[in-house]
Design a protein around this ligand. Structure first.
Ligand code: UDP
Ligand code: MG
Length: 321
């Protein structure tokens, strides 16, 4: 029997002052229970990552650190987005835990499957995906756009676990390997499966946000989908090539038709079609250049090897406790 693991729960927080108290209460209760039942080590903890919030989020995290057990925090110098904030947290805990669970601050993901995740981990799985069984509480709009998101990702060749967001358990072993993925553009739910190791899923019902509002409007979801696709797959480039072939074939047929027309003697007409073809082809070229540009832009970002985030403070550094 393996020894009870040190569990780190990583919570990215952006302007979450309205939910944090409740979140911390529920997570601490859960940790308490798991520690008493000796299913996790008493050294287990929760790490809150403040993603450059402009409200009182960091102040609340500091209070948790001072007044309660289990809590510590990271304050990022600016808003770097959910994926980068999560990465900052996971990188921080990788040397100080046996397994880490990432969960959103709004507790939309059911904390009650955490014991099951730990069980799966104890059975020898290095990655345990939290998968939503249903999303009845999400608005119709959110549900349909989210479904479209997964479909689009799949057809574009970016593999990810269906209905799994960023609620998962990963072992320290996976985290250490994952640190070798040096890319700047992060799409964690698509990249974690690339590490390999034994994995499984647990299923849960997604709840409504306990308070506050979503920071993932449609524009951010589209940006995430686009990022996911261009980070994980080169299928769009292949699609351009196939599209190019089709356009070339159509043009070829068109040329043959115009040659026949010339011999039959109806050449004066054709100005309209010429202009149409020129416009169409230049349109297609522009689209193609846009997509190519996207990849070149990514290469540009990657070669810079910029840090993905900068930590400005740690609760551990606050001496007075
Ligand atoms: N989040 C973050 N940085 C951001 C936006 C969001 O760290 O720039 C965090 C947020 O605090 C929450 C999680 O990412 O813990 C998911 O965000 P949200 O609940 O707003 O998204 P939704 O669940 O609606 O997709
Ligand atoms: Mg949420």
């Amino acid at each position: 029997m393996k020894e009870a693991p040190v569990l780190a729960i990583v919570v990215p927080c952006y302007k979450e002052e309205s939910v944090l108290h409740e979140t911390h209460k529920r997570l601490s209760q859960l940790l308490d229970r798991l520690i008493t039942e000796e299913r996790i080590s008493s050294k287990s903890y929760i790490l809150y990552v403040n993603d450059g919030s402009t409200d009182h989020t960091w102040k609340i995290i500091k209070e948790f650190y001072k007044n309660t057990s289990y809590a510590c925090g990271l304050n990022l110098a600016g808003n770097v987005g959910h994926q980068n904030a999560l990465m900052a947290g996971l990188n921080t805990v990788k040397e100080r835990c046996d397994a880490a669970i990432s969960i959103d601050a709004d507790l939309q993901d059911d904390v009650n499957v955490i014991p099951e995740m730990i069980e799966r981990y104890m059975e020898g799985n290095d990655i345990v995906y939290g998968v939503r069984r249903e999303r009845k509480t999400d608005t119709f709009f959110k549900r349909t756009t989210a479904l479209a998101f997964y479909r689009l990702m799949k057809t574009m060749g970016a593999k990810s676990v269906y209905n799994h967001a960023d609620y998962r358990l990963v072992s320290a072993k996976v985290l250490k390997e994952f640190a070798n993925f040096k890319e700047v553009n992060l799409f964690l739910r698509g990249m974690i499966p690339l590490v390999g190791f034994k994995s499984t899923s647990v299923y849960y019902k997604r709840n409504e946000r306990i308070a506050g509002k979503s920071h993932y409007p449609l524009s951010k979801m589209i940006a995430l989908a686009f990022d996911g696709i261009t980070s994980l797959s080169i299928k769009p480039i292949r699609m351009i090539t196939s599209f190019g072939f089709i356009v070339a074939l159509v043009s070829f047929i068109f040329i043959i038709v115009s040659i026949i027309q010339k011999f039959v003697g109806t050449t004066v007409t054709g100005w309209t079609s010429t202009i149409a073809v020129i416009c169409f082809v230049s349109g297609v070229q522009l689209i193609c250049m846009g997509v190519l540009g996207e990849y070149i832009g990514k290469i540009y970002m990657e070669v810079k090897h910029r840090p993905r985030y900068i930590i400005s403070e740690r609760t551990e550094d606050l001496k007075e406790k």
